[in-house]
Design a protein around this ligand. Structure first.
Ligand SMILES: [Zn+2]
Length: 263
């Protein structure tokens, strides 16, 4: 399993203090033994496929251009690894799924997963000859990935499924862990795809804000996603860190990676 990581993800920047450097630093430590690869920053051309010029300028004015480009670059590298049929987890900050084409909130700047999908989508081998492949994005963060949904709303080639998310459906409070995992199973079973991307947020964790999913559940969710990718997308899969703010985040990520990588 490839872990996409840079020590630059351990920088402190003036965002909400809950999204702190230790999220990356301590998680990287817990993943020792995996194969670490270092990303390059995404280019302005890469982020322009998703975001307006005004939005990119706003990120620049906030002094976040360099960290946000590196996070998107991390997702890009994970997607390239996935294209080759290998699994990758991009351990990046800042997160991205609340970034739309023209705005961003919730500690996000560029939509890392969307930038990566747009960069590689023409090169995904489809099941129908001459057609490029379809992408399934499964968002397991506690919060609804409104940015990602908006970006791909009119795109037939990219399906986005938010699992048990708070807003806009708000069925979250009615879910137990089995129901939540069942939604992950259905997301994979009911979709046709040639590459799987995961917006991997861990704030649904039992001791985090969501209070629902434990470490064994994260391993199980990773396994379901891996087996789905093995069945439908020749194993092509990658995950990108989104939220997750409890001190156990490194354990959540490690459990997920064990299931998702399968090695
Ligand atoms: Zn979240």
């Amino acid at each position: 399993m490839k872990i996409v990581y840079s020590e630059k993800f351990e920088e402190r920047y003036s965002a909400n203090p809950v999204e702190g450097p230790d999220r990356a630093r301590l998680s990287a430590r817990k993943l020792q033994g995996h194969d670490f690869v270092e990303p390059l920053p995404a280019s302005l051309e890469d982020v322009s496929r998703v975001h307006s010029r005004e939005h990119i300028e706003m990120v620049r004015r906030k002094g976040m251009l360099a960290p946000a480009l590196l996070a998107a670059g991390g997702a890009n590298l994970a997607a390239e690894i996935a294209l080759r049929g290998k699994a990758a987890f991009a351990l990046v900050r800042p997160p991205g799924h609340h970034a739309s084409a023209t705005t961003a909130w919730g500690m996000c700047y560029f939509n890392n997963v969307a930038v990566a999908v747009r960069k590689i989508e023409d090169r995904i081998e489809g099941k129908i000859e001459g057609r490029t492949g379809k992408v399934l994005i499964v968002d397991i963060d506690l919060h609804y990935g409104d940015g990602t949904v908006g970006i791909f709303r009119w795109d037939d080639g990219v399906k986005v499924v938010n699992v048990g998310a708070i807003d806009p459906g708000f069925d979250y409070l009615a879910l137990d862990p089995a129901g939540y995992i069942g939604q992950v199973e259905r997301a994979v079973a009911e979709s046709d795809f040639d590459l799987l991307a995961v917006s991997a947020g861990f704030d649904t964790y039992v001791l985090d804000w969501g209070g629902l999913i434990d470490l064994a559940d994260y391993r199980e969710i990773g396994r379901i996603l891996r087996e789905g990718a093995e069945e439908k997308s020749a194993g092509r899969r990658f995950a990108v860190l989104e939220g997750g703010y409890h001190q156990d985040l490194p354990l959540c990520i490690r459990s997920f990676v064990e299931g998702f990588g399968g090695d």
